[in-house]
Design a protein around this ligand. Structure first.
Ligand code: ADP
Length: 272
């Protein structure tokens, strides 16, 4: 599944004293099978942007195309669009409410009009993808650790068979172990299932390590785009727009030592 955003502007509370331009003239495309990162300071427009991808928000100006189809066009089934473009909000575990892990993950598939066998199959698919086996199925989500709860919430979105998975700060509040595990699972889903993944992250290290293409938002505009290497080569300018960059050269060198194919010579960042 591909997504194309064409000259998109979004204004909250337009025409009131609270008017706020959250996104301005955004053009971007995400191709099938890509692992994409979106970074930017708080308030730069990241959450607003991802809500455009599945039609949750309607742009003030501009168009959103999913597989070349205008998603605000007449022929679009909004419910189907939200199933095909899976959105995982921040702290999704707050939305867990069923008595068991299995029932929670089954909630979405049940609403898709599937048979019981198909629902079970989707539940297994979602939980397998996040690395939770059958020993978790009958547990209450509330007995699980923070990282496990979050995985259950992500499994609930995956169980609806999305063609693209969009996650807003999926590792926020997790300890380093929980973070690494979740990222490894995402990497596996991307590699083994060919899932297209879009990730909002505050962690430069995580995006450097996992994503193939980065978009840097600044005040509602795309300031930089390219591979992490290309983007981080603008180290000094990135620091000026509020991203914590002094460590970036160190991070890239560290990843290089761990075997990643990184050319640190492109980095223009001075030592901190
Ligand atoms: P980020 O996810 O990068 O922190 P957001 O997309 O949440 O950025 O916000 C972009 C801008 O839009 C911010 O200035 C924010 O205050 C404003 N904003 C976000 N949501 C709303 C809303 N529902 N109503 C009014 N303004 C909003």
């Amino acid at each position: 599944m591909s997504i194309k955003i064409d000259h998109l502007t979004h204004i909250y509370n337009e025409g009131t004293p609270f008017q706020k331009v959250a996104l301005e003239d955004i053009n971007m495309s995400i191709e099938k099978g890509e692992f994409v990162g979106i970074i930017g300071h708080t308030g730069s427009g990241k959450s607003t942007l991802i809500q455009m991808f599945n039609g949750l928000l309607k742009p003030t100006k501009g168009e959103v195309y999913v597989n070349q189809q205008n998603i605000h066009g007449e022929k679009i089934n909004k419910k189907e669009m939200r199933q095909r473009v899976g959105l995982v909000f921040q702290y999704p575990e707050y939305q867990l409410f069923e008595m068991t892990v299995k029932d929670d993950v089954a909630f979405g598939p049940k609403n898709m009009g599937l048979t019981k066998e198909e629902i079970d199959k989707q539940v297994k698919f979602g939980l397998d993808a996040v690395g939770l086996d059958e020993s978790y199925y009958e547990k209450s989500p509330f007995e699980l650790s923070g990282g496990q709860k979050r995985r259950v919430a992500i499994a609930g979105v995956l169980a609806m068979n999305p063609e693209i998975l969009i996650l807003d700060e999926p590792t926020a509040g997790l300890d380093p172990k929980g973070r690494n595990e979740l990222f490894e699972q995402l990497k596996k889903m991307h590699q083994e299932l060919g899932l297209t993944i879009v990730l909002i992250s505050h962690s430069m290290e995580d995006v450097a390590k996992y994503v193939e293409k980065l978009f840097v938002l600044y005040k509602g505009r795309i300031a930089y785009t390219g591979s992490p290497r290309e983007v981080f080569a603008h180290g000094k300018e990135l620091e000026k727009i509020g991203l914590a960059m002094p460590q970036i050269k160190y991070i890239m060198e560290d990843l290089k030592q761990k075997g990643m194919d990184i050319d640190t010579d492109v980095l223009t960042v001075e030592e901190a």
